[in-house]
Design a protein around this ligand. Structure first.
Ligand code: HEC
Length: 116
């Protein structure tokens, strides 16, 4: 009970965007969808997509419904989410701002280009 209470207190003043960002990393979404929600291999980009679409998909997955076979991977990640958490996650993803200013592939562009 205490850790939950503490977590609720800590989140008390956080904006929906900040709550969504914290959840995105706590729930491991970054492991498949990327640190910047940019997507990887067969895991779709989530950053800056329509909020209603993102929330709708998470609600579908939570109820066990998917439109593709690969999306069944999402069911166990969506099932524990509350309505408030889906709202926070979809707000964060929809409004996503890249605070590093690096751009998604900056590291790859400089790799091996040691000024030679
Ligand atoms: C183990 C890998 C994995 C993790 C972790 C994961 N996802 Fe996904 N996600 C997927 C796959 C696979 C799909 C479905 C792609 C498809 O249908 O082609 C998907 C689809 C989605 C979609 C729908 C996108 C679309 O274009 O239809 C949303 C929204 C989403 N994930 C959000 C999340 C959130 C939020 C979390 C964290 C709670 C999360 N995902 C964690 C693999 C993952």
């Amino acid at each position: 009970m205490a850790p939950l209470f503490l977590a609720l207190c800590l989140q008390g003043d956080a904006t929906l965007y900040e709550q969504g960002r914290a959840l995105y990393f706590e729930k491991g979404c970054n492991g498949c969808h990327g640190l910047k929600a940019e997507g990887m291999t067969s895991y779709p980009t989530l950053a800056n997509r329509a909020k209603g679409f993102l929330a709708h998909r998470l609600e579908q997955y939570r109820s066990g419904v998917t439109e593709t076979q690969i999306a069944q991977i999402m069911i166990p990640f969506a099932q524990p989410l509350s309505d408030a958490q889906i709202d926070a996650l979809s707000t964060y993803l929809h409004e996503f701002v890249d605070e590093t200013g690096e751009g998604v592939s900056a590291k790859f562009q400089t790799w091996g280009d040691g000024g030679s």
